[in-house]
Design a protein around this ligand. Structure first.
Ligand SMILES: *Cc1c(COP(=O)(O)O)cnc(C)c1O
Ligand SMILES: [Zn+2]
Length: 409
């Protein structure tokens, strides 16, 4: 099977509009603005979804910036289920609700989408090493994809990352380093090294090539909905990569005529790390906040930088909404999703559901709409207190008694 050609054509500055050829560049030379990729939308419009080919993330290679099929590294990412959730919908009092479950990705999180294009671009531009500062998920994902491609990975990991994430990173990384303090403390010095090109930038704050993989989230939601996407999509915001990429994907499809109307987007944060939702509420710019620990570890970024502003701009242009949820509400959403639909997600992954549940309770959104909640991680990478589990010894009679008794309840 022939692989679809990439329709990426140039990089464009989101600040001043300057354009650049498709080289490795992290920011605008004129204004230091963030760059985004632009595509040949005319071909997208003419050919329509018929130009998609194959399965998984690289099915959308035409709208990704990795030109050579040999650079399209894969561990089987993408093609995650869009699960219709009637019981949860009833429980929340909404007409229709689907969960886009990103826990089904190879390393258990949405990060695999951006890792695939990050590693692909690192190969494209001839890098031998990639690096990332991570609270756990990005680290294990970048390390896994780097290993898959034979690249060196410098993974700087948060000292409070959960044990399963640490095991995963330590196993897959070529260079695994634990840092003390928070993400916000290390990202400044690390960004300066990344800017010098010592390694390929595997971080979320600037690299347009890495960022782009998460756009496939929107393409999949649209395709899985028969090109009639839901009315509302709830997506999380830490640095903003997932949210911006998904919003850009829906806009691209609308411009190319693949969908009639793009969904309204809701940005979800943890209350303990809520600079974007706070700025949205107060109507001002994003001010960095000093954060403590939140169970939503992957959302623990108090300073999203320019991507935070980008999220706000998208929300304001599209009449989107932003909200945040307390840790207790996030843990309640985690239990609720597991019990009502059998979907076991980590706290970071269900912040979206917790935020939507809060908005519905406060009647800030119309329950008559079709909702899609992006749940970004599996629950299998989380560490938490175990339920009490003193064991019981059973014989035939006592086992029968227990089961029959419980079934009568
Ligand atoms: C990284 C991450 C996010 C969101 O991060 P962004 O930087 O805003 O894209 C959400 N959920 C999980 C599980 C993550 O690992
Ligand atoms: Zn510029």
């Amino acid at each position: 099977m022939s692989a679809p050609a990439s329709l990426a054509r140039e990089l464009a500055c989101t600040g001043c509009g300057a354009t650049y050829p498709l080289t490795y560049r992290l920011e605008c030379a004129a204004c230091r603005g963030l760059l985004e990729l632009r595509y040949d939308l005319e071909t997208l419009r003419c050919r329509g979804p018929a130009l998609l080919e194959g399965r998984g993330l690289w099915r959308y290679a035409s709208v990704l910036p990795v030109a050579d099929p040999a650079h399209r590294v894969s561990l089987g990412e993408g093609d995650t289920p869009l699960l219709d959730c009637p019981r949860l919908a009833r429980d929340l009092g909404v007409q229709s609700l689907a969960i886009k479950f990103e826990g089904a990705n190879p390393t258990g999180t949405v990060k695999d989408r951006s890792s695939a294009t990050a590693i692909g671009a690192a190969l494209q531009f001839g890098f031998r090493a990639i690096s990332v500062v991570s609270t756990g998920n990005a680290g294990s994902s970048i390390a896994a994809y780097a290993a898959r491609a034979g690249l060196r990975s410098f993974i700087f990991a948060y000292e409070r990352a959960s044990a399963p994430k640490v095991l995963h990173m330590a196993a897959t990384a070529s260079d695994f380093v634990v840092y003390s303090g928070g993400y916000d403390d290390l990202i400044g010095p690390w960004d300066r090294l990344a800017g010098e090109g010592l390694f390929f930038d595997g971080g979320a704050s600037r690299n347009a090539y890495k960022h782009e993989g998460k756009k496939t989230l929107a393409y999949e939601i649209a395709e899985q909905s028969g090109w009639t996407p839901p009315d509302v999509v709830v997506a999380p915001v830490a640095v903003g990569e997932t949210f911006i990429a998904a919003a850009r994907g829906f806009r691209e499809m609308e411009t190319a005529g693949w969908i009639a109307r793009r969904p309204r987007m809701i940005a979800a944060q943890a209350t303990r790390a809520n600079p974007v939702s706070r700025a949205f509420r107060e109507g001002g710019p994003v001010a960095p906040v000093t954060i403590g620990y939140t169970v939503a570890e992957g959302l623990a970024a108090g300073n999203p930088g320019r991507k935070g502003e980008w999220v706000l701009r998208l929300l304001r242009e599209d009449k989107g909404l932003a909200g945040d949820a307390e840790d207790e509400a996030i843990l309640a959403a985690q239990r609720r999703l597991a019990r009502t639909e059998g979907i076991w997600a980590g706290p970071t992954g269900v912040a979206t559901l917790a935020v939507l549940a809060g908005m519905l309770e406060r009647r800030e959104v119309d329950p008559g709409q079709r909702f899609c909640v992006v749940v970004t991680e599996t629950g299998l990478k989380t560490e938490a207190a175990l339920p009490a589990r003193g064991g019981t010894a059973f014989d035939d009679a006592s086992l029968r008694r227990l089961v029959e008794e419980r079934l009568r309840r």
